[in-house]
Design a protein around this ligand. Structure first.
Ligand code: DGL
Length: 269
């Protein structure tokens, strides 16, 4: 039965687990299958074409895993080719860019919105383009913060240098006076505490995870694909392309459950 199948999610590493966490909250009856491309992360500095190929290769693997929906839980991979995946995949495919933007637009009162992400995401102009199409009056301040992904993947969020790196990166956005800041990389919600401290309490941090999970719920509901069973225990599956230890350590803390991750060696493309 189609509705009993899993929701597939992919990212370059642990970042997409911020979306998984929200799926567990909003759709607790659903099963997930997750792929973290830890052998090839970070995606941010890579050319779009390469990231698009990596993402498609992973989606092809996920399509062999009894799935019903794909969430590209990675802004860099979403920016690199969401329409391409949507055209080439037989299941509905959801990205993380538009959901985050909708949340930011509903929160800003000054109409000054900041966006932080990887170089790939920021340079793609995907956020600017989408925000302008939804509300041309909004002023956008975007900034790449490439070190944040490495800080998260290497479990260095609590290190004292991390605060300095965040202060350095975020200064221009603080000076610009944004009142909403989109965390345009799924790794960044893991650093939300330090980012919030640096930006100050008056700035609303926006993570796309919540809105993305809502969109997934709507799609499944419209297609009558919501899982009717409440027994999803032991059915979540996690795959990574490098050795799983680091992923498991960060993942278990983040989603607060035992994680067993299997390594899948992806052929070079
Ligand atoms: N978490 C990803 C994103 O949302 C990828 C980060 C990276 O690998 O550079 O952009």
């Amino acid at each position: 039965m189609e509705a009993l199948k899993s929701i597939a999610l992919l990212d370059s590493g642990v970042g997409g687990l911020t979306v998984v966490k929200e799926i567990f909250k909003q759709l607790p009856e659903e099963r997930i299958v997750y792929f973290g491309d830890t052998a090839r992360m970070p995606y941010g500095p890579r050319p779009h074409e390469e990231v698009r190929k990596f993402a498609m290769q992973i989606i092809d693997f996920l399509q062999t895993q009894d799935i019903k929906l794909v969430i590209v839980a990675c802004n860099s991979a979403s920016a690199a080719g969401l329409p391409y995946y949507q055209e080439n995949v037989k299941y509905p495919v959801v990205g993380v860019i538009e959901p985050g933007i909708r949340a930011a637009l509903s929160h800003t009162t000054t109409k000054k919105v900041g966006v932080i992400g990887t170089e790939g995401t920021i340079n793609s102009g995907a956020y600017e383009e989408c925000i302008r199409s939804l509300d041309p009056a909004v002023e956008i301040f975007s900034l790449a913060c490439p070190l944040f992904v490495l800080i998260v993947e290497n479990n260095l969020i609590g290190a004292k240098e991390t605060r300095k790196v965040a202060e350095e990166y975020l200064r221009p956005l603080k000076e610009a006076g944004v009142d909403a800041l989109i965390l345009g990389c799924t790794h960044y919600p893991l650093m939300a505490e330090v980012i919030q401290e640096v930006m100050g309490p008056e700035v609303r941090l926006i993570s796309s995870a919540e809105e993305t999970a809502r969109e997934a719920r709507e799609i499944l509901n419209d297609r009558k694909l919501l899982n009717p069973s409440s027994d999803n225990s032991c059915h979540h599956r996690f795959f990574v392309s490098a050795s799983p230890e680091n992923f498991v350590e960060i993942g278990e803390t983040l989603i607060n459950m035992k994680v067993k991750a299997y390594q899948v060696i992806l052929p070079a493309i």
